[in-house]
Design a protein around this ligand. Structure first.
Ligand SMILES: C[S@@+](CC[C@H](N)C(=O)[O-])C[C@H]1O[C@@H](n2cnc3c(N)ncnc32)[C@H](O)[C@@H]1O
Length: 170
């Protein structure tokens, strides 16, 4: 049985590796990065570092990131993903070079239902050749799952499930 600490270590290392791999795949593309699940801003601040100078738009139900990890107001969309993502997809379809979806909770059934509802707007938001990285599986006919990068975890730490997709028009 792994501890919560060990699972957290696996999660953070995996997130960093997947974001790094996705960044290398999209560096030649122009367009914004979307952070779906700002949370405390851990992965957002990492995206800010990796995608320096690029527009990064973050989504969450409310702002609970500390001030240093909060996006500028015009790059933060607060509200339920079921509303904010379709609204964004109507305004700016097919532009995002990377969508990092990090919306999981400890309620697997709720996460599954949410994933089903937001898979379509997420897919609409991705640019041709763009990448989706997600902490929960997303199912959509236009998303093809791709392999995760090789991830080196400290001894005794079990792999963390993460998911990467490219759009069918890639
Ligand atoms: C796993 S946390 C994000 C962690 C964050 N990426 C980080 O590294 O600090 C998931 C976030 O998704 C948000 N969230 C979950 N379901 C949501 C929904 N239906 N609409 C808007 N936000 C939601 C939660 O408020 C929470 O901040």
């Amino acid at each position: 049985m792994t501890s919560r600490l060990e699972r957290m270590i696996a999660r953070l290392i995996t997130q960093r590796a997947c974001i790094g791999a996705a960044a290398r795949r999209v560096e030649h593309l122009e367009g914004p990065v979307l952070e779906i699940g700002l949370g405390k801003g851990r992965t957002y601040t990492h995206l800010r570092q990796v995608f320096a100078g690029r527009e990064i738009i973050a989504f969450d139900a409310d702002l609970h990131a500390p001030p240093g990890a909060a996006p500028p107001q015009d790059c933060l969309l607060l509200g339920d993903f079921r509303e904010t993502l379709p609204a964004m997809a109507r305004r700016r379809p097919g532009q995002a070079v990377l969508v990092h979806a990090d919306f999981g909770s400890e309620d697997c059934d709720a996460d599954k239902a949410l994933a089903q509802e937001i898979a379509a707007p997420i897919t609409e938001l991705v640019a041709p050749q763009g990448i989706v990285v997600s902490d929960r599986p997303l199912s959509h006919p236009a998303l093809g799952q791709i392999a995760l990068p090789a991830i080196e975890l400290p001894e005794g730490i079990a792999p963390w499930r993460y998911f990467m997709y490219e759009t069918a028009q890639s």
